[in-house]
Design a protein around this ligand. Structure first.
Ligand SMILES: *Cc1c(COP(=O)(O)O)cnc(C)c1O
Length: 375
């Protein structure tokens, strides 16, 4: 008898060579934090990004955002403008620094930070005598934000951007890779991301000096002395050589994963766009999404919940779109600039299973269940 297996939203997918890089680390006893896999992984990422950027492999994407904000000089009491429609890890590091996140709602073309609201927030800040210190913009679900518009605002007001590319490794904006499009970029290799080291992240810096500053802070801020000397507070944020080995294997399959995830999106779109209750997020001209997760927007909260429950009954994981930060209990005191877009997406949107390891049988099973709830 056939037993139906659980389908996850986005599960790790190994390419095959990860274990040989990890074995090499064992064989050469590079178990202690740093080692050749860390350098190798950083070089692999740098050549993939095909730019002059310098990459520091870190323990998580969250750590990378924390260091990025610190490198931009964000400190206690500063205001930082942050996309509201995102995962909490985009905003939490602002709090670690004692700064104030101000949340900016989304526009409807990419579901990312609204340039209009961003500019209003900056102008109001300047009028009050408090210019925001930085902007955290997110390529959510792999879809690039409106890079040109955000960069223009950043240049006009002289406020640097942290490009949260945690979900968008393998995405492009006008042929340029996401992660390289702002002052500082970050990646995540968490278990559910498009490639994973089980846990990890990276900071993408404009030059070697900035990278070395990040590495310094990430390794407990040890000054150059034979003993342990510290003039700054540091962190333990560097990636381990073992995990970087997994990363090297995963870099060999990144493009394949992008193709497979884009295939999932096309499959869902082909099978489900005939239903008037469902719509998909299209790529604007010049935008290339890695389609980390395929997201649908339904016509109502009730439709979304009907689909989610029907899938759950069949042991298939799906998830409402991110709950915007400005309505999260932890951030409800913070200032926000809203237009209803992200709250509407949160009410009616659903992430469908999107792993690069889904089979055609899985995809058919999922779309059949969804179709039944819509007829
Ligand atoms: C996953 C994620 C992060 C954080 O990455 P971790 O490696 O899990 O710390 C940051 N921002 C977004 C948008 C993410 O999805």
């Amino acid at each position: 008898m056939l037993t139906k297996t659980k389908i996850y939203l986005s599960s790790p997918h190994m390419g095959g060579n990860e274990q040989s890089f990890v074995k090499e680390a064992f064989d050469t006893n590079w178990i202690a934090p740093l080692g050749p896999n860390v350098n190798g992984f950083e070089n692999d990422i740098q050549s993939y990004l095909n730019s002059n950027k310098h990459v520091a492999a870190l323990s998580s994407g969250t750590a990378a955002i924390h260091l990025a904000l610190q490198l931009l000089g964000v400190t206690k009491g500063d205001d930082v403008l942050c996309q509201s429609f995102t995962f909490s890890a985009s905003a939490n590091p602002i709090m670690y620094l004692g700064a104030n996140p101000i949340f900016i709602d989304s526009e409807t073309d990419t579901w990312n930070i609204s340039p209009e609201l961003l500019e209003i927030a900056i102008k109001e800040g300047i009028e009050k005598g408090k210019k925001p210190k930085a902007i955290v913009a997110v390529h959510l679900y792999g879809m690039p934000y409106k890079v040109k518009e955000i960069q223009t605002i950043s240049n006009t007001y002289g406020i640097p951007v942290v490009e949260d590319s945690a979900e968008a490794f393998g995405s492009y904006y006008k042929e340029k890779p996401c992660g390289t499009l702002a002052n500082l970029g970050i990646l995540s290799f968490n278990g559910n991301k498009i490639i994973t080291t089980s846990g990890g992240g990276a900071l993408i810096a404009p030059d070697e000096e900035t990278k070395q500053k990040a590495v310094f802070l990430a390794t407990q801020a040890r000054d150059n002395a034979p003993h342990y000397e510290h003039t700054k507070v540091g962190y333990n944020y560097r990636m381990s050589n073992i995990l970087a080995g997994i990363g090297r294997g995963q870099m060999q399959v990144l493009d394949k994963h992008v193709a497979l995830r884009r295939h999932n999106y096309s499959f869902y779109k082909k099978e489900l766009s005939k239903y008037s209750q469902i719509s998909f997020l299209e790529e604007p001209e010049g935008f290339f999404s890695n389609r980390w997760l395929t997201c649908i927007k339904t016509d109502s909260y009730e439709t979304r919940e009907a689909i989610r429950h029907a899938l759950l009954e069949e042991d298939i994981e799906s998830r409402p779109l991110w709950k915007p930060m400005h309505i999260q209990p932890v951030f409800k005191q913070n200032t926000n600039y809203t237009n209803g877009v992200s709250e509407d997406l949160f009410d009616k949107g659903l992430c469908l299973p999107s792993g690069s390891n889904l089979t055609e049988i899985d995809l058919n099973r999922i779309t059949n269940i969804i179709a039944k709830t819509l007829i």
